[in-house]
Design a protein around this ligand. Sequence first.
Ligand code: ARG
Length: 573
Amino acid sequence: MNVKATLDHLITQTLHTLYPGEEAKANVQIAKNPLFGDYQSNGIMGLAKRLGRNPRDLAHEIVNKLKLDEIASKVEVAGPGFINISLSTKFLTYSLNSLDGQTLVSQATQPQKIVIDYSSPNLAKEMHVGHLRGTIIGDALARTFDYLGHTLIRQNHFGDWGTQFGMLITFLQELPEGSEHEEALANLETFYRAAKERFDADTQFAEKSRANVVKLQSGDEQCQKMWQRFIKVSITHCQALYKRLGITLTEQDMAPESFYNSKLANIIKLLDTENLLKESDGARCVFLPEFKNRDEEPLPLIVQKSDGGYLYATTDLAAINYRCQTLQAERILYVVDARQSLHFQQVFAVAHHSSLVSSKCSLEHISYGTMMGKDGKPFKTRSGDTIKLIDLCEEGVERAFKLVSGKNPDLPKAQREIIANTIGIAAIKYADLSKNRNSDYVFDWDSMLSMEGNTAPYLLYAFARICSIFRRAELSMDDTYSIEIQSTEERALAVKLLQFSEVVHGLTEECLPNQLCLYLYELAGVYMKFYEACPVIKSEGAEKISRLGLCQITARTLKQGLELLGITPLEQM
Ligand code: ARG
């Protein structure tokens, strides 16, 4: 049941009955101040303006016509022409009692085929903190779309085909085959750094590296073999990290840059037939009128270099074409760093100007800001190196272990380790997800591991505490508890619980997981107020059963919400 959508639908319908032919929307929102109601419709003012009517009069007219008896106990006109709606206790009681574990959230009414491109690191280097946000945010969105019943296709657009491989191959060629090769591959990070040093210092080496890229991309056997070995090691690293972080990407989701290699020539051909190509300094480019540089000169999207080589953008055009035509996506989401936003604007515009993609397919850059250190600079180690993601995970778990041991020194060590593992990883993920992805955010261990505030530990303990109520009372969380709402605190909790569905649906529009985090945090707060005001175990009869029911749905909602964010809560902590 989606209360907001239902109210929106009913009021909009009334608007259309009274004023057929007018473009009118109820625009129902959750009320900011619960004193004035639970929901508010603020679409009346716009309609009044168009009709030349007094908005309050119009709002009254609509309220008189509205039939919300089944849902609302109070419907009032307020301010300049808002309609405030308070849900009835009967409706709240009925709705909560008809929820079971499966129907906390209604399924999408129009399931879509959606491609989501996320994580997508460049290979031959271990994943570092720069990849963290895209991986975590993308995974939360993927889980949510999946859960709502959309057909979701994950795509990991690994960078596995660029110039860095020429450099690595050249460096490997210089080593004697056998154990030295094995050793080099076993420590890719060091190997990469050494190769890069060589590349920057030695022009002959750099020359040879560039030649090796061309050889690789045109199918030279030795280069291909070496390349494959790098890729294999690299992918093993990535998969291990995904496992550690609880990321749902698998090897089936890999569609790396090299996958599009055979399609690139055709992309150029198609752009050419559609008269979109222009030559500029020997390179082939697409100029679109909407893109200009700072001096107001036309800004090209280069799709083929003068030496015939293709670029990042060319591959992205091929990928769009594949996702739209072959995978039949209706919506393609790119969870990628904000610094690539011009790239995506240009690529999307070129795709839409050409026949590479159908006009119905929605292309969206889900961008995110940079992860900063406490010093206000991009997050690095003390010595200025980028931080490997795997090290970051280990540090999070170690810090969580200290926290858990301080809080619960008597728990057996093995159990503290399990809890620390959950908290450490959850803290890293949640800290990221709870910030608006559009802004940069400061990575700070102390605040993400705090037991207070909008943090993973706070929510994990809130969930575990509810579980312990049932455990101590020797009651099952799976039984049915009939709810009857009495007090204001129970009512507030009921209203909040019913909003879960609309919050989850809201995520599919703006793709902002921080909205779900905020909801869960607020839910935990409303629950705490209820718990303080309404004794559960000490109450009796129907009241006790009803309160247990509210605890049960709160626990289920917290659990489901955290799972959508990629966090599996523990029942005992
Ligand atoms: N590999 C790229 C990078 O690390 C990100 C790729 C994003 N996806 C895409 N289709 N361009 O910057």
